[in-house]
Design a protein around this ligand. Structure first.
Ligand SMILES: NC(=O)c1ccc[n+]([C@@H]2O[C@H](COP(=O)([O-])OP(=O)(O)OC[C@H]3O[C@@H](n4cnc5c(N)ncnc54)[C@H](OP(=O)(O)O)[C@@H]3O)[C@@H](O)[C@H]2O)c1
Length: 288
């Protein structure tokens, strides 16, 4: 079997096309554009690339964006003051704090300071709680990207055994919570694995859908995958001058039924979901 390649780039492009029309419709009613304010602290090269990609994606669908580039020496207090100003700024629909932050700044304190109605990354505890209870305001971007990729590829999630590798707050935990909900592209039986899991390969081999989000290059080998399984590779790892996923792509794609590539799988979809959340935030605030 050779796996069908789930083309995240193409799916993201069609979502952006629909979003561009939705943004025009919003602007006609609300008389303003949705706007994303991104905050970038320090000079992490990967973060600069991510923020530039998000800026470009916003402009493609008609969402305005401002990037606040702050030096590494920025204090937590200065950052909190900027977030307070953006929370109060009625022209700003969504606020994104690019991670990681410099070590001297407490990430949780900063993320908790973002207004829950502008929290387009869905990191605020109020939004995480709502999502966990199945009544989301926003859905976190990468987990939602995984769910939409499954939906758009006609993968049956209802009743499937999904094994998630990784339990981070950004990917593993929320994607598990979303796929176990009652609802569309959900109703799965979910097993979450992490670095303390015993007999990992035995568990991953029972997955109908395997989601890898551990940040270990090519960790998931063909021996860990049941022939015919669907494999979603969230990992982005730099190896030399190449980006590779958490899945050993070639041997695994020889036995899986469908698989996402890296790059070109979950990554572009994550950005599309950020745009969708920014429009959702703008709508929420215009109703308020
Ligand atoms: N495509 C995208 O848009 C996107 C977005 C976000 C992240 N990512 C990528 O996704 C990957 C994961 O990101 P993250 O933020 O979730 O990472 P993270 O916060 O470092 O979490 C990694 C998780 O994997 C688990 N883990 C690590 N090594 C393991 C092993 N050998 N066996 C089993 N579990 C293991 C860890 O277990 P413990 O909890 O026990 O430590 C942890 O729960 C990274 O490559 C990141 O770059 C991609």
């Amino acid at each position: 079997m050779t796996a069908k390649v789930i083309d995240g780039k193409a799916i993201a492009a069609s979502i952006r096309e629909r979003l561009a029309a939705d943004v025009v419709a919003f602007r006609n009613v609300a008389n303003r554009s949705p706007k994303l304010a991104a905050i970038l602290v320090g000079d992490n090269p990967a973060s600069h690339v991510y923020v530039r990609n998000k800026e470009q994606a916003c402009s493609k669908v008609g969402i305005a964006s401002d990037v606040h580039r702050l030096p590494d020496s920025t204090t937590q207090q200065e950052l909190l003051e900027l977030i307070a100003r953006l929370n109060a700024d009625e022209t700003v629909s969504g606020i994104l704090v690019q991670l990681p932050l410099p070590k001297a700044i407490d990430e949780t304190t900063v993320l908790d300071a973002v207004s829950p109605i502008k929290d387009v990354d869905c990191f605020h505890p109020e939004n995480v709680g709502r999502m966990a209870q199945g009544r989301p305001r926003f859905l976190p971007c990468t987990p939602r990207a995984v769910q939409v990729l499954l939906r758009e590829s006609n993968v049956t999630v209802d009743g499937a055994h999904v094994v998630v590798l990784g339990r981070s707050e950004i990917v593993g935990k929320p994607v598990s919570l979303m796929l176990v909900q009652k609802g569309e592209t959900a109703n799965a039986t979910v097993t979450i694995c992490h670095s303390r899991t015993k007999n990992l390969a035995e568990i991953t081999r029972t997955a109908d859908i395997l989601i890898a989000a551990i940040g270990q290059p090519r960790f998931v080998t063909a021996e860990m995958v049941r022939p015919g399984a669907v494999v979603i590779d969230v990992g982005i790892n730099r190896v030399g001058d190449r980006l590779v996923g958490d899945v050993d792509w070639e041997p695994v794609s020889a036995i899986a039924s469908a698989i996402t590539p890296v790059p070109g799988g979950v990554g572009p979809m994550t950005i599309a979901m950020l745009l969708e959340n920014t429009l959702t935030a703008a709508k929420l605030q215009s109703d308020a």
